[in-house]
Design a protein around this ligand. Structure first.
Ligand SMILES: Nc1ncnc2c1ncn2[C@@H]1O[C@H](COP(=O)(O)OP(=O)(O)OP(=O)(O)O)[C@@H](O)[C@H]1O
Ligand SMILES: [Mg+2]
Length: 507
């Protein structure tokens, strides 16, 4: 399959009337992934499974980083960043996705890995180009994938054809907007540049301690104590603009809960960009975490753990059977589906029973992406749990309130916190801290890198703050990536507050 066919396919798709056509700055990523079965010959069914796994990996990695798969034909996938909304760091997200796609697929194909038997090798080439292009998209991301046309796509194809297996090549535009974060090896403005990896200094820069959130953290801590000691449900909504620090704030709270000796169970359900692969994915996350199910557990193991958990929580045999019949499809796709309403009722009862055994903190991340049914479920959760220590934290962008101006009405003990951008004073203290950090007596590389980065924005205090804010915010995609791809959120596992970039530092 030639890459051009992706463009033809994308261009020939019917354009629904609700699509918006716009020339805008985007980053396009094209990946070509070829599976190389062993000479011994691989069973076609396993080969099909491997192909599906490749597609799912590309989609998962891209979506975690805010990209949208626009087309996928044979070995070629086309992913767009910057549609519908453009962000400052679209190019950086695209390069990050290129790295994780390449690394994940190489790992899947490694025969040393348990799952690697089906493909004894894989050839991955990825190219990224950034610039203006004509894109058509549905502003609300509902269902129909966006399309892209024009010279940018051709440029990306050309880059791809010059890319060797295992390499990632980007255009000069992409290199210029990501050079502060990513190292590049040989290349030229005309032929593109080969990606080395994330700069170690840049990775380190995102490991700064949480600043300027002590009062907000105190509010959560106090409410959790109230919920526990007075056995009463609470719903706290943490609202904020993209990149303001919602995830980091909640992760810091999670870290403190985990570090505390109090018996509290904390589980996280993440709503993926655009709603994810399944509308109830967030509930699936919660169920796995509550039952101690690990990523990679087989269906039988998952079912056994669900059985054991429900039987521990529910005394009556009848209740157990009903709850299991409703929840089983969440872990076993082959199980008979209960009507959706009944499944949600069973899930609510399940969470209540978990909270009755140990105070429960439920985090719903990025609820603005959830569909109606899930938003209703979360909103009504505390109302139905009177007398139980159940503390629900929702993070969301302001669009949640646009969609649901009456959000949370009727919930017990409801509070909304709007996270403000980190204050100038705190940014200045952070600058001072970073500049003065020493390692083994010498100023460390973060200080050095910062100086260079801040110089590039100008010497005025405002310009320096703006630049530091921009660099901090650029960690948001990695944080989401870490959250989406991370394991459960049980209190046993203290969340790492450092973006997972270090695996890519080659340069
Ligand atoms: N209080 C803070 N102290 C230090 N760094 C912070 C703080 N808040 C946020 N950051 C950093 O800023 C970046 C963006 O934060 P975060 O991802 O939490 O924002 P967000 O509001 O969840 O964004 P999104 O809407 O994209 O999910 C991250 O790199 C994070 O580590
Ligand atoms: Mg977030």
């Amino acid at each position: 399959t030639r890459p051009e066919r992706v463009a033809d396919e994308a261009a020939s798709r019917p354009v629904p009337r609700t699509m918006v056509a716009e020339r805008k700055e985007v980053s396009v990523l094209i990946a070509r992934v070829q599976l190389m079965p062993d000479a011994a010959g691989v069973d076609p069914q396993r080969m099909d499974e491997a192909v599906e796994q490749v597609a799912a990996t590309i989609r998962g990695e891209a979506e975690c980083l805010g990209g949208t798969v626009a087309a996928s034909i044979g070995p070629i996938s086309l992913v767009l960043f910057g549609v519908p909304e453009a962000a400052d760091d679209d190019a950086e997200r695209a390069v990050h996705a290129a790295l994780t796609i390449r690394d994940q697929l190489t790992r899947i194909a490694d025969p040393g890995e348990p799952d690697g038997g089906c493909t004894r090798g894989v050839s991955v080439q990825v190219a990224v180009a950034t610039g203006e292009a004509l894109v058509r998209y549905q502003p609300d991301r509902s269902g129909v994938p966006p399309t892209v046309n024009g010279a940018l796509l051709d440029e990306c194809h050309t880059l791809l054809s010059d890319t060797r297996a295992g390499e990632i090549r980007v255009c000069d535009n992409t290199r210029r907007s990501t050079g502060f974060a990513v190292t590049y090896q040989h290349g030229s403005p005309s032929s593109g540049w080969t990606v080395g990896g994330f700069r170690q200094e840049y990775t380190a820069l995102h490991a700064v301690p949480v600043i300027d959130r002590e009062y907000d953290l105190d509010v959560l801590r106090g409410l959790l104590q109230r919920s526990r000691h007075q056995a009463t449900p609470h719903l706290v909504t943490v609202l904020g603009e993209p990149g303001v620090g919602k995830t980091r704030f909640v992760m810091e709270f999670e870290r403190r809960v985990a570090a505390n000796a109090d018996a509290v169970r904390l589980v996280v359900g993440r709503v993926r960009p655009g709603g994810g692969a399944h509308p109830l994915e967030a509930l699936h996350d919660l169920l796995l975490a509550c039952c101690g199910i690990l990523q990679g557990d087989r269906v039988e193991t998952m079912t056994a753990k669900l059985n054991a958990t429900v039987r521990r929580l529910k005394a009556s045999e009848e209740d157990c059977r009903w709850m299991l019949s409703c929840l089983a499809p969440l872990v076993d796709p082959a199980a008979a589906q209960a009507p959706p309403g009944e499944m949600l009722t069973a899930f609510r009862e399940f969470l209540g029973a978990v909270a009755a055994s140990t105070p429960l903190v439920l985090v719903f991340e990025d609820l603005h992406w959830a569909d109606q049914a899930l938003v209703d479920f979360v909103e009504n959760l505390t109302a139905s749990q009177a007398g139980l220590p159940i503390f629900v934290i929702v993070t969301a962008g302001p669009e949640l309130l646009k969609r649901r101006p009456e959000w949370g009405e009727g919930s017990l003990n409801r509070l909304t916190i709007t996270l403000e951008p980190i204050s100038d004073a705190a940014i200045d203290r952070l600058l001072e801290f970073l500049m003065s950090t020493t390692e083994g007596g010498a100023k460390n590389s973060v200080g050095g890198l910062l100086e260079a980065l801040l110089e590039s924005g100008g010497r005025e205090p405002d310009a320096r703050r703006h630049q530091l804010r921009r660099i901090l915010a650029s960690g948001s995609a990695s944080l989401r990536y870490e959250r989406c791809s991370g394991g459960g959120g049980l209190s046993a596992a203290a969340p790492e507050c450092t973006p997972r970039l270090s695996g890519h530092a080659y340069g």
